[in-house]
Design a binder for this molecule. Structure first.
Ligand code: PLP
Ligand code: ZN
Length: 406
């Protein structure tokens, strides 16, 4: 049996088919390309029990990932992050089955490592030597690190305001880093132009098919954790939306395989910051695509994306699963960041905290019911955002002073 059951690429907009053995970016209609697999073969030869016996990395799903030969895998030990029950916060919110999947434990400290591991491995397999990427920080950091491990050159462009640690991850790993006095959308225009000029391989969000495949493993891991049953609700901090589109794709593939209990899909919730909520606005107005969000700003930098290339796919995933889209303020985000640390010992990113803030709203409105199984995604470690945590009123003592209770 082949290591991967990848069969072809298919345009998510017009359905045109492409040969998966060559590097491609987007369809001639500009639609993102999706990897397709021989699922019939998988139904006949792949069993959930055999997946369960494999090592704890995202490569345990290799038949449904694009890399053809295990030798081409570029790995830093990614995947199978913990699913942590949140019992104290669950009690507080009135939820009996609340979980957080903690992607802060991924290499490079964010779930962007999933997309980078699979994207870089496949690029390496296809003979690509130089990649370019616009990013809000974490994706660039992850791709720069995986590119270094693959011996590839990375060119990264990010907003000057991106988290400082992500810049250092890029420069330390030998990437060429450019900072732009603007937003990720400005960075994207610059990288698109550079692709034409220099022939670098464009790895911007959904502009090559394989980053999505890496993020898809989030959905596989969640379903496997619940013994191949979907939870009722998955709450996802949405920027470009690749994680949400990936979870949806994973669930559809599992359903085709007959692996998903009752064929039931989870309701997918897209969370955005109120300072940049184009998907929430489009969802509320029942639109199929979003409008560019002017003057975007939020502490949750990773989800500050004014216009997502795959917005129509995010909106489709929300609609088709009876999900929804909600926005939360920066004040709520920072409050829940503290609360997760204090009540559960979880030191999460602002983006991760946004999912808890959104869940609180959705419980209040009755959209989430007490018995439902709810999974929050912490997409990054709080360690990458030290400036979002307060450290004031800390007593400073001289050696020999006595401790006091303040
Ligand atoms: C990139 C990022 C997101 C958003 O991911 P998308 O796939 O762009 O929706 C959320 N959280 C963190 C920490 C990120 O770095
Ligand atoms: Zn097309």
């Amino acid at each position: 049996m082949p290591y991967s059951y990848l069969s072809h690429l298919e345009c998510s907009k017009c359905g045109k088919v492409y040969d998966a053995n060559q590097p491609w970016n987007v369809c001639e209609c500009k639609g993102p390309l999706f990897a397709r697999y021989d699922l019939e073969l998988a139904v006949r030869h792949l069993r959930p029990e055999s997946v369960a016996r494999r090592p704890g990395s995202l490569w345990r799903y290799h038949e449904l990932l694009p890399v053809q030969k295990p030798d081409n895998i570029i790995s830093l030990g990614e995947g199978m992050t913990p699913m942590l029950p949140l019992s104290l916060l669950g009690d507080y919110l009135g939820l009996h089955n609340l979980f957080m999947k903690d992607e802060g434990l991924m290499p490079s400290g964010s779930f962007k490592a999933r997309g980078a591991a699979v994207g870089i491995s496949r690029a390496y397999e296809l003979g690509i030597k130089k990649i370019v990427m616009p990013t809000n920080g974490n994706a660039g950091a992850a791709w720069a690190l995986y590119a270094a491990r693959a011996g590839m050159k990375a060119y990264i462009v990010m907003p000057e305001d991106a988290p400082p640690i992500t810049k250092r991850e890029c420069t330390s790993s030998g990437a060429d880093l450019y900072l732009v006095r603007g937003l990720v959308s400005d960075a994207g225009r610059m990288t698109s132009a550079a692709v034409a000029d220099y022939g670098w391989f464009d790895t911007a969000t959904l502009r090559e098919p394989y980053r999505l495949e890496g993020k898809k493993t989030l959905g596989f891991e969640i379903a496997e954790y619940f013994a191949w049953d979907a939870p009722d609700v998955i709450v996802y901090p949405t920027g470009g939306g690749v994680g949400l589109i990936g979870i949806y794709k994973a669930m559809l593939e599992l359903r085709s395989l007959g692996w998903l209990e009752g064929g039931r899909l989870p309701r997918l919730v897209a969370v955005q910051a109120s300072g940049c909520a184009p998907i929430v606005k489009a969802y509320a107005e029942d639109k199929l695509v979003s409008d560019f969000w002017e003057n975007a700003e939020s502490v949750a930098f990773g989800i500050t994306v004014p216009k997502a290339f795959g917005d129509f796919l995010v909106l489709e995933a929300i609609r088709e699963t009876d999900g929804c889209a909600v926005s939360v303020s920066d004040e709520e985000i920072l409050l829940w960041q503290q609360r997760l640390a204090r009540e559960e010992g979880l030191f999460v990113s602002p983006e991760g905290a946004a999912t808890a803030a959104a869940t609180s709203q959705l419980v209040e409105s009755g959209w989430i019911r007490p018995q439902e199984r709810v999974v929050l995604l912490n997409t990054g470690s709080g360690l990458k955002y030290p400036h979002t945590f307060e450290a004031t009123d800390i007593p400073v003592l001289n050696p020999g002073d006595e401790l006091f209770v303040n």
